[in-house]
Ligand binder design. Structure first.
Ligand code: ATP
Ligand code: SF4
Ligand code: MG
Length: 317
């Protein structure tokens, strides 16, 4: 049984008397011990999906149809009190901006020790030792300095590692990392992704790592789910989807990543993603798709199994 199973999920948006869908009929299974890369351009619904799992949707968004099954229980039916027992403790999240999640008025050491004492129930001395061990396991060297630092005194990469340490200190079964490398240079991004992957594997956890850069998932994730306009358009193993994608959108993302590596603009796919408040008919990607053909503007494609993966595109039906 999958540890997390998102089934037919809709996330509705209400903004200034307008109504739309940020996520539409999303299906995503994550097996225990699996690291999944959730990939897509800005606005594809990655963060709202993560926030729905945590029961932390912003006021403008709400989960409509669907289920979010964690360990067999539908989190969408949970009360806030029940959710508090899961949030942080069984499912940990690193939000897109680490400065938002780290408390600016306490040192990293203080925050880590508090988690070990309050969440894990350790005594003072054990909490101190565990905090040091955690930072060491993340490959940090100058541990005393990091422990004594306030979040604003850390570089972007160090702040992300401090946040990862705090999230892992709660010992969650499932870790969600939302764009954990945003704002860092390319080499630091890759290093951070590899480190996160290593720690997750070593601790036997399950993870969903969100990124807009498909090239970051290979070597770190076991599988990939590509999201466009609130739907998973391709889902499969990292060797297949991450290197030889079938869906024209996934292919565009991979080209964009290669193009950026060669010093080109990060955005390679012409046009922009659809606005959730003014949906297009047919395949949501059809106004931008280089392979668009006769049925695409009128008929929405269904997800079909082909080439060892699921693809949502008329070319494979
Ligand atoms: N609080 C909000 N109010 C109104 N619309 C929102 C809100 N949060 C997100 N949206 C809209 O929902 C859609 C999905 O947003 P989401 O943040 O999940 O995208 P994302 O894939 O995480 O993008 P990014 O890569 O930029 O983080 C977008 O069109 C966004 O504008
Ligand atoms: S269904 Fe048509 S428009 Fe959509 S991705 Fe496939 S070929 Fe392109
Ligand atoms: Mg996001």
């Amino acid at each position: 049984m999958a540890l997390l199973s998102i089934r037919d999920l809709d996330i509705e948006l209400r903004h200034q008397e307008r109504f739309g869908y940020a996520v539409r009929g999303l299906d995503l299974d994550i097996e225990a011990g699996e690291i999944v890369g959730l990939v897509g351009e800005s606005g594809s619904g990655k963060s709202l999906t993560a926030r729905a799992v945590m029961g932390l949707l912003p006021s403008a968004a709400s989960a409509g149809r669907g289920q979010i099954l964690f360990d067999g229980m539908d989190l969408l039916t949970f009360t806030e009190e029940e959710m508090e027992k899961v949030r942080g403790r069984r499912i940990g999240i690193m939000f897109q901006n680490p400065r938002e999640s780290l408390n600016p008025v306490f040192t990293v050491g203080n925050q880590l020790r508090t988690v070990y004492r309050k969440v894990r129930g350790h005594g003072k001395r054990r909490a101190r030792e565990e905090a040091r061990l955690m930072l060491r396991s993340l490959g940090l060297r100058d541990i005393d300095r990091v422990l004594a630092s306030y979040p604003h005194q850390l570089s972007g990469g160090m702040a992300q590692r401090a946040l990862l340490a705090l999230t892992l200190a709660c010992d969650p079964e499932l870790l969600i990392a939302d764009e954990p490398a945003t704002g860092l240079d390319a080499a630091t991004q890759t290093r951070l992704f590899v480190e996160i992957g290593r720690v997750i594997k070593e601790t036997g956890k399950t993870a969903m790592i969100i990124t807009h850069d498909i090239s970051l998932v290979s070597g770190v994730c076991d599988s990939v789910a590509v999201m466009y306009s609130g739907q998973v358009v391709e889902r499969g193993g990292v060797a297949e989807v991450g290197r030889q994608p079938l869906h024209p959108y996934s292919t565009g993302l991979l080209k964009a990543a290669d193009f950026a590596d060669e010093g080109g603009r990060a955005s390679y796919i012409p046009g922009s993603p659809p606005d959730p408040f003014t949906p297009t008919g047919g395949c949501p990607f059809h106004p931008r798709c280089p392979k668009v053909f006769e049925p695409c503007a009128d008929l929405a494609p269904l997800a079909v199994s082909t080439g060892g993966r699921l693809v949502r595109c008329h070319l494979y039906e």
